[in-house]
Structure formats: structure tokens, C-alpha cells
Design a binder for this molecule. Structure first.
Ligand SMILES: [Fe+2]
Length: 392
């Protein structure tokens, strides 16, 4: 016990139906006079976005809107947002939407305070150490329940010149406030509810099994898995189920809090699949999670064994191995029930794309904290398995 550990959960989370109305108080507490509201074009036309602007206007708040965020946000998007931020003399950032606007909001905060180019802060190039200035306050308002970016310290950005994803991470990038209002997620289409929900599940599972000492995150991850097991199917089948929507928002935030520990091989493959073939992040994770869980089974079975009761399976008389296998089976069933395709083949990935996917996956840092070491050859096997899929 000679090593000292640090555990920090800095975001104040406002949770519940109508929580978005607390935005005014949050802005005042953070001394935000004029925020830039970051979102993407589809979301800017939704009822959820109108609820937000109505709140701002009903309180007479000055604000500006930036909507030019790509589905996988580009470094160029952040540069454009910075121009607006400066021109409008903003002093705070509100990100509303899925992971893309929220990550853009956090990356904007880095550039606004530290200058330079986003690539300078690439975590793989030691960029975190270059984030030295205090960032403007960030408020994260998710309209999907997946990335949990509203409580996370990272932004995933795509380089517009190199066509690769890179991560910018720093504890200062964790938003000061997260507003989890289930009402803002009810218009999310069923397939996106399913994909983003499986992303949340993958965060919780990969962080629970990452070989990093963080018992607090472990406990949060277990509860996050339970919420996905109990509520994702309900949220997909009944979009207006506010109890299910709310618990999925919590599961997503809990997943992102838990992955302070880091993630695993499913995320390396998923990042590469998005960069090479534009596969939706949560969908890629959902398909890759099963082979990765099988790969990790021998070292992670004690933690996988916690999962079956969350799906209503009595594992009392099972060995860890049996319970872990039952967990994988239940996750496969959930995946199927919510309409996730069974293989990368089914979603149009070609074997000719493997080399490029593997090159990017191996250079992605997530697999470095996989439950067990994962070589380039292992990633190749996992990709092949995810491509083939399984009979179900
Ligand atoms: Fe993810």
C-alpha cells in the first residue's frame, strides 16, 4: 500500500425531468455572461434544442449559436467555432447534443484558453502537458445516452488532413456542469438509442475490466452495466419511457466517469472502423464487444460474472466461468433484441479494408488498457471475429 492514488469526480450533475430549466442558475454560478451554444445541424432543428433556447430567452440571456459540427467532429469545426467564440466575445461554452457537439465544445475550450492547433494537444504526442491554462466553463447537455462526454475529460477529434481520429484529454476538460434531462432524449430514433446505449455498455464493461486500480470507478461501472441491462431495451421499444431514458442517461454518464480508468480493445477497433468506414461509434462497439469479451474471458470472468442477475438470470450456482459466459450470452440477446446487426460483414465492411482498420486500431491507445495485453495479431483475430459474427 505504498502507492498513493487520486480519485476525482468533479462535475456537478443536475438530473431529472425538467433539469434543463436549471441552466440559468448554472450559468450564474459559473459566471457565464455570454455562452456559445455548440450543436450540430440536425439537432438545431429539434424540439430539444428549442427547449434550450427557450430557457435562455425566457431569462433574457445573451448567447450565440454554432451548428457547424460534423458527425465525427473535425479539427476545422473547432477552429471555426473558435472564430465565432472570439468574434462574439463569449466567456463560456454550452455543448448540447450527442458526443460530437459535446467533444467540439470541450476541444473549443482547450483552443480558446491555450491557443495553437488541436493536433498540438494529441494525447498520443504528450499533448495533455501542453494544456496549461484554465479553460472557460463548459456545460454539457446530452441528448443521447452513450458517450457520456458531459462528464469526461477527453474529446475525440478527426484530423481533416490526416483522416485519423485523435484524442485530446485533460482533467480541465471535464465540464463544470452536466444537465441530464430525460425529456431531451425522447425524440432520439430507436436505432440511435440502441447504438448509443451499447456504447455506454461498452464503456462500463471495458472500464470495469481495465487493469487500473480505481475501485470507485469499478463500483460505478457495475451499476452502469445494471442500468443498461434493465433499461436499454425499454428505451428502444418505448421512446417516451422517461424512467428508462433517465436511467440510460445515468448509465452513459456513469460509463464515462468509469472510463477515467481507460477503455479496451473494442474501442480501438471501433475508433478505426469509424475513421476508415464511417461506422457509427456505438454500432461498431456493439459488434466488437462480444469478441473482445470472449478474448478477455480468462482474466475478466470474475467481473463478467457479476452481470447475469442484471438481466434476470440466476447465477447463484454458477462458476465464474459459467456466469461470465452467461453474461456474454445475455449481451448478445440484448443486442439482437434492439436491432444491432450481428457482424461487420452485415454492415458492409470489406476484407480489403482490414489492413487500414488494423493499422489505425493498433495506433489507437485504448487497447493498451485492455483487460489483457492485446497484440497486433490479437487485434487482427478480433477484427476477423467481429467481421464474421456468430450464429444467433
Ligand atoms: Fe465510446
Amino acid at each position: 500500500m505504498s502507492q498513493i492514488s487520486t480519485f476525482s469526480f468533479p462535475t456537478t450533475i443536475l438530473y431529472g425531468v425538467g433539469a434543463v430549466k436549471e441552466l440559468k442558475a448554472a450559468m450564474e454560478e459559473l459566471e457565464i455572461r455570454k455562452p456559445i451554444v455548440i450543436t450540430d445541424p440536425p439537432l438545431s432543428k429539434t424540439e430539444s434544442f428549442k427547449i434550450l433556447t427557450d430557457v435562455l430567452e425566457s431569462h433574457g440571456k445573451d448567447y450565440t449559436i454554432f451548428t457547424e459540427v460534423h458527425p465525427n467532429p473535425l479539427d476545422e469545426d473547432v477552429v471555426k467555432a473558435l472564430e465565432v467564440y472570439k468574434k462574439e466575445s463569449c466567456d463560456g461554452i454550452i455543448g448540447i447534443g450527442g458526443g460530437s457537439p459535446l467533444d467540439t465544445a470541450k476541444a473549443l475550450a482547450v483552443l480558446a484558453a491555450n491557443g495553437g492547433r488541436l493536433a498540438d494537444y494529441d494525447v498520443q504526442q504528450g499533448g495533455g502537458a501542453r494544456i496549461t491554462e484554465t479553460l472557460p466553463p463548459i456545460i454539457g447537455i446530452p441528448t443521447t445516452a452513450g458517450t457520456g462526454s458531459e462528464v469526461g475529460k477527453c474529446a475525440v477529434i478527426t484530423s481533416s488532413t490526416e483522416h485519423r481520429k485523435f484524442m485530446v484529454c485533460h482533467p480541465r476538460m471535464v465540464p463544470s456542469r452536466a444537465i441530464l434531462d430525460p425529456q431531451l432524449t425522447v425524440t432520439l430514433p430507436a436505432h440511435l438509442t440502441a447504438y448509443t446505449g451499447m456504447d455506454a455498455l461498452t464503456h462500463n464493461i471495458e472500464s470495469l475490466t481495465a487493469p487500473v486500480f480505481h475501485p470507485l470507478c469499478d463500483a460505478i461501472a457495475v451499476k452502469g452495466i445494471e442500468f443498461v441491462a434493465r433499461y436499454l431495451r425499454r428505451a428502444v421499444e418505448n421512446p417516451a419511457d422517461l424512467e428508462a431514458r433517465g436511467h440510460m442517461l445515468l448509465a452513459a454518464s456513469m460509463g464515462a466517469i468509469a472510463f477515467q480508468k481507460d477503455l479496451g480493445a473494442a474501442h480501438s477497433l471501433s475508433h478505426a472502423l469509424s475513421a476508415v468506414a464511417g461506422v457509427q461509434h456505438g454500432l461498431a462497439n456493439a459488434i466488437c464487444l462480444i469478441p473482445v469479451m470472449r478474448f478477455n474471458l480468462d482474466v475478466a470472468k470474475d467481473r463478467y460474472a457479476l452481470i447475469p442477475p442484471f438481466f434476470g438470470v440466476n447465477s447463484f450456482n454458477m462458476s465464474d466461468q459459467e456466469a461470465a459466459e452467461a453474461a456474454i450470452e445475455e449481451i448478445k440477446k440484448l443486442s439482437q433484441a434492439i436491432g444491432i446487426p450481428g457482424s461487420l460483414r452485415e454492415i458492409g465492411i470489406k476484407e480489403e479494408q482490414f489492413d487500414e482498420i488494423l493499422d489505425k486500431a493498433y495506433r489507437d491507445p485504448c487497447h493498451l488498457t485492455n483487460a489483457k495485453p492485446c497484440s497486433a495479431a490479437d487485434l487482427h483475430e478480433l477484427l476477423k471475429e467481429a467481421w464474421r459474427g456468430e450464429d444467433r
